[in-house]
Design a protein around this ligand. Structure first.
Ligand code: PMP
Length: 414
């Protein structure tokens, strides 16, 4: 149950770590509701970056001098922290990448030699382009079938249709988002993973939109791969994670070659390092990884279940407030929604709404949200407005947003 005064006090205390949120634009206060695109970075994470550069910085896994050793130890400690954050028992199952997109591409490239005609890769109609296009391209390169599992009218994955796809095809891999970046649908990834496994398919979970506020536990989901980006969970940009079960990472061919991922290099041939280095060519973004681990520790300190509950309260309140505005049509009505919702106002362009909201201090996202198949082929719209609160947002900010939206629609429909 929510404890509103206690929540308010906690949120106000948390906001002290985010000077960026404390901005006044003329007469209006900034209301940042674009957290599904990127989250703000708290002072503790920024300080961790500064401390590393000021005291321990040196390239990792290369030198035997003390700075290099300290820097390497910090990176490997970060790997352990991130592993335990997602319930992975072995830190070697964590590969640092530049983000969710590069992690998915790395898996798609890494499995290429194992795919061919007669096999299939399944994604769903609610995927972000990052979890759609790499698989579509992989299938085009290998001759495997690319199959898009449909949604129910409410915006959930149609389980019956998915079962039919798994029965009728030789599916090598299913790639599911954990949370949709448009509808906010929470996908029952543990259940779908068990289903896909029962047909012999591997599973990749795109946790980019869930990692901040949903329980993400690879041991209970049992997925083969899971990916996410640091910048959606209070860490900086340019760092992300590819988790894989050891055997699932082992069976991937490296697709990026260079320093540190090699064991022996000769004129004739090269042999590769063991995991995870084999999949981390070149100097890794070790400061990003260290900052990501700090963000994990920060989220744990705040309380991940509190974050989930509080953000859900905000989203329900938002849905209710928007529902009362007759002109607004919210996309989808999934069994469970988290993180964001998107809406359209018939006859009004989403870009105009977002632009006018910005003049009233409110930052929301407008566009196709990198989900053209979902918008065009499922909902028959080109663009939407997406609102995505995070745990540092308040009910007052939602009211400011709704007030601004009312003014905006009055201007645009005048
Ligand atoms: N998947 C989902 C569901 C996303 O929302 C995003 C980012 N919007 C991505 C993947 C890609 O993340 P990144 O751009 O950080 O690689």
């Amino acid at each position: 149950m929510a404890n509103i005064p206690a929540d308010q006090a906690k949120v106000l205390a948390l906001r002290a770590e985010y000077p960026i949120l404390d901005q006044q634009w003329g007469n209006t206060k900034l209301v940042y509701l674009d957290n599904a695109a990127t989250t703000q970075v708290p002072t503790c994470v920024l300080n961790r970056i500064i401390t590393h550069y000021q005291t321990d910085n040196a390239n990792v896994h290369r030198g035997i001098h003390r700075l290099s050793e300290r820097s390497t130890a910090a990176l490997e400690e970060a790997r352990s922290v991130v592993a335990s954050f997602i319930g992975a028992s072995d830190p070697r199952s964590i590969v640092f990448t530049s983000g969710a997109t590069s992690a998915i591409n790395q898996v798609a490239r890494g499995l290429e030699s194992q795919l061919g005609p007669g096999q299939a890769v399944v994604v769903t109609a609610l995927e972000h382009h990052a979890n759609f296009v790499p698989w579509q391209q992989l299938c085009a390169r290998t001759g495997a079938s690319f199959i898009v599992a449909p949604l129910t009218e409410a915006g959930d994955i149609d389980r019956e249709a998915l079962i039919r796809i798994l029965e009728e095809n030789s599916v090598a891999l299913c790639a599911f988002a954990h949370v949709s970046n448009v509808l906010g649908t929470v996908v029952p990834v543990a259940e779908l993973t068990a289903l896909a496994h029962s047909y012999g398919a591997k599973v990749l979970v795109d946790a980019a939109q869930s990692i901040r506020h949903e329980p993400v536990d690879v041991a209970s989901v049992d997925c083969d791969y899971l990916v996410f980006s640091g910048h959606k969970m209070m860490a900086p940009t340019g760092i992300g994670v590819l988790y894989g079960k050891p055997e699932a990472l082992e069976c991937m061919e490296p697709s990026v070659f260079g320093g540190e991922m090699v064991a022996q290099v000769r004129f004739e041939a090269t042999s590769f390092e063991s995991l995870p280095l084999r999949l981390e060519a070149g100097t890794p973004n070790y400061v990003g990884a260290i900052a990501l681990a700090e963000a994990c520790a920060y989220l744990q300190r705040i309380g991940r279940s509190w974050i989930g509950e509080y953000e859900r309260e905000l989203l329900y309140a938002l849905e209710e407030k928007l529902g009362r505005m007759g002109a607004v049509t919210i996309l989808g009505d999934p069994e469970q929604r988290a993180g964001c919702l998107s809406f359209v106002v018939p006859g009004v362009h989403p870009f105009d709404i977002a632009q006018l909201l910005d003049t009233l201090g409110v930052a929301v996202r407008s566009g196709n949200q990198c989900a053209q198949p979902l918008l065009h082929q499922v909902y028959d719209v080109r663009q939407v407005v997406r609102v995505s609160p995070a745990f540092y947002n308040t009910q007052e900010e939602l009211d400011q947003f709704v007030g601004a939206l009312e003014k905006t629609l009055a201007v645009l429909s005048a």
